[in-house]
Design a protein around this ligand. Structure first.
Ligand SMILES: Nc1ncnc2c1ncn2[C@@H]1O[C@H](COP(=O)(O)OP(=O)(O)OP(=O)(O)O)[C@@H](O)[C@H]1O
Length: 420
């Protein structure tokens, strides 16, 4: 059965592209080059004129392309096309894997196989249409579940109280972006959020492109132990701090898994990252320094187009894996208004703003110990600002009440110790 030709014939006969468009059939799905060309013509025609071209219009452009009489209905043919696509993808991946082994590159086989699994998951995605007139019970049950939260968060907490109140934690399918100029505290904020997820009973995966695993866990251990980060690094802890450190490490061991990876070369691309996530299966994913990732479509690393592809891909990935993804990236100081962040300060690409469910800025202030955090934009929350005092010796992060640079400054009694 020539599924490709049958599908094209049926789409033209019924003048209906809907079911095929819903599962995202593109010209790349067609093995036969002439069918691929006709498919491209049909989709372009639909985009331009709003309807599927007639047989006459197709014959005019492709006089030798043979259309068939398809007895089966469109949904059946679309399903067959999907199965056909899966077989093509699997065959290509197995052939590539065999070639890699022959060429002595067996270490790349699992990467290639994971790539095809990701592609299969993408083309298996079912759309989630609902008819509100038919889902009253379901929706009431959903709201009853929300009422049980009793003021608690809907999603996984970030640990930053004001941010959590505004965003209600991070939920499956969300992409949350932390942005800031160099050395503003993006990596630390992301680490604090990872720790908070872990402390709340979740298994996080922290992927870092900038810091080594050792740098990350030294920070984490000093935070958890509330000891001097500098003395921990130089091996000069006091006996009391040493005891605190040992206790903190014991606490960490009693928590759910905390996965950390700096295995940069294998997760530099979206496919590599997805493979890592599928292997570890964490509850929430954190990616530090997304602007250093490589685009799989060949755009130069760090270019606006590469970053657009990467943020689009990350948002789609969050939705497909149904887990929250929280990322950090760099803001362009040249695009900052004085010291203040704006939504277009996000380094190199506006797609961070467009694709993120929430864009959170981290910036330095005139006081080196005080950081400003701002919700620059969020799908379900208003913009707001909040201030934190960061202390590294001993490590402590405190959310401040109000704006310490206005009025009478910081009210120490009102400053709440953040998170730990
Ligand atoms: N042990 C420490 N003592 C004092 N300050 C520290 C210590 N460790 C980190 N810092 C400060 O924290 C800030 C860096 O934090 P962080 O790495 O989170 O920032 P970043 O925005 O991720 O940086 P980058 O631009 O490198 O990505 C710097 O201002 C640094 O001086």
């Amino acid at each position: 059965m020539d599924v490709e030709r049958l599908l094209i014939s049926k789409v033209i006969e019924e003048s209906d592209l809907g079911p095929a468009a819903e599962i995202g059939i593109t010209k790349e799905w067609f093995a036969d080059p002439s069918s691929a060309q006709v498919w491209a013509m049909i989709t372009e025609h639909k985009a331009k004129y709003g309807n599927v071209p007639s047989i006459g219009a197709v014959r005019k452009d492709y006089p030798t392309y043979k259309l068939l009489a398809a007895e089966e209905g469109l949904p059946y043919l679309v399903d067959q096309m999907r199965t056909h696509r899966h077989l093509v993808l699997q065959e290509a991946a197995v052939t590539d894997a065999a070639n890699l082994i022959v060429r002595g590159q067996a270490d790349r086989v699992s990467e290639r196989l994971h790539q095809v699994l990701a592609e299969l998951a993408r083309s298996s995605a079912v759309s989630s249409d609902i008819d509100l007139s038919q889902t009253s019970e379901e929706r009431l049950a959903h709201y009853a579940e929300l009422a049980k939260l009793d003021g608690g968060l809907r999603g996984i907490p970030t640990g930053f109280p004001a941010i959590d109140r505004a965003l209600q934690g991070s939920e499956p399918g969300q992409l949350i972006t932390l942005v800031g100029p160099p050395k503003a505290g993006k990596s630390t904020s992301l680490l604090l959020m990872t720790k908070e997820a872990n402390d709340s009973g979740y298994e996080p995966l922290l992927v870092g492109f900038e810091m080594s695993n050792r740098e990350q866990y030294e920070r984490l251990d000093s935070i958890r132990a509330k000891i001097s980060h500098a003395r921990l690094r130089s091996g000069t802890l006091t006996p009391k701090e040493q005891r605190q450190l040992e206790r903190a490490i014991k606490v960490q061991a009693s928590l759910p898994s905390f996965h950390m990876t700096q295995d940069a070369s294998s997760v530099m691309t979206l496919t590599g990252l997805r493979a890592k996530i599928e292997k570890i299966d964490p509850d929430i994913v954190f990616v530090d320094g997304v602007y250093m990732m490589q685009d799989e479509e060949g755009e130069p690393s760090g270019s606006p187009q590469a970053l657009t592809n990467i943020t689009r891909g990350l948002k789609r990935m969050a939705q497909q894996i149904q887990k929250p993804i929280i990322i950090s990236t760099q803001a362009l100081e040249s695009k900052m208004n004085g010291k203040k962040l704006r939504t277009d300060s996000v380094g190199y690409s506006s797609s961070f703003f467009q694709d993120s469910d929430a864009l959170i800025g981290v910036e330095n202030t005139d006081d080196p110990a005080i950081k400003r955090m701002i919700i620059l934009g969020a799908r379900n929350a208003a913009t707001m600002e909040t201030f934190y005092r960061w202390c590294w010796d001993p490590v402590e992060f405190i959310e401040l009440e109000g704006n310490p640079f206005e009025g009478e400054g910081i009210d120490e009694d009102k400053a709440a110790t953040y998170g730990w």
